[in-house]
Design a protein around this ligand. Structure first.
Ligand SMILES: Nc1ncnc2c1ncn2[C@@H]1O[C@H](COP(=O)(O)OP(=O)(O)OP(=O)(O)O)[C@@H](O)[C@H]1O
Length: 117
């Protein structure tokens, strides 16, 4: 069990993935997992029309980024790097969460904790 690891989870606009990846590398956190997700925050639902019927889209397409870092990396710097790179100022820019991580294992080497990330 390690208290030296944190996970930064960010839901961002898919169009901001490129700048966010670059900003993470510059902040010393190049390793990441990227997933296409849909979700809902307080962003207003949008409406559309299909064959004369109106429909509501309340789940928006987002890109989820998961990034585990050791204490060698400044979590605040990582959060700020994502925030700056993902920011447009329009509703739906996304959210960032920071979580503690119990442990990590590098499968190839059996390294644990901070040595595994
Ligand atoms: N409380 C939450 N729990 C889990 N996921 C969330 C939460 N809030 C937001 N999300 C995820 O983050 C995505 C982006 O959220 P969104 O940008 O809509 O946040 P917001 O608070 O409405 O901000 P904004 O005012 O910029 O629209 C959501 O689509 C959802 O996937």
């Amino acid at each position: 069990m390690s208290e030296e690891l944190s996970m930064i989870v960010a839901m961002i606009r898919p169009s901001r993935l490129g700048p966010v990846k670059q900003a993470l590398a510059e902040a010393g956190a190049p390793s990441l997992t990227v997933t296409r997700v849909s979700g809902r925050g307080t962003q207003e639902p949008t409406t559309g029309q299909w064959r004369g019927e109106e429909y509501t889209v309340d789940l928006h397409e987002k890109t989820k980024i998961e990034c585990v870092v050791s204490e060698d990396v400044d979590v605040e710097e990582v959060v700020e790097a994502i925030r700056e790179a993902a920011h447009t100022g329009e509703p739906g820019d996304g959210k960032i969460f920071v979580l503690p991580v119990d442990d990590a294992v590098q499968i190839r080497t059996e390294k644990r904790g901070r040595d595994a990330v």
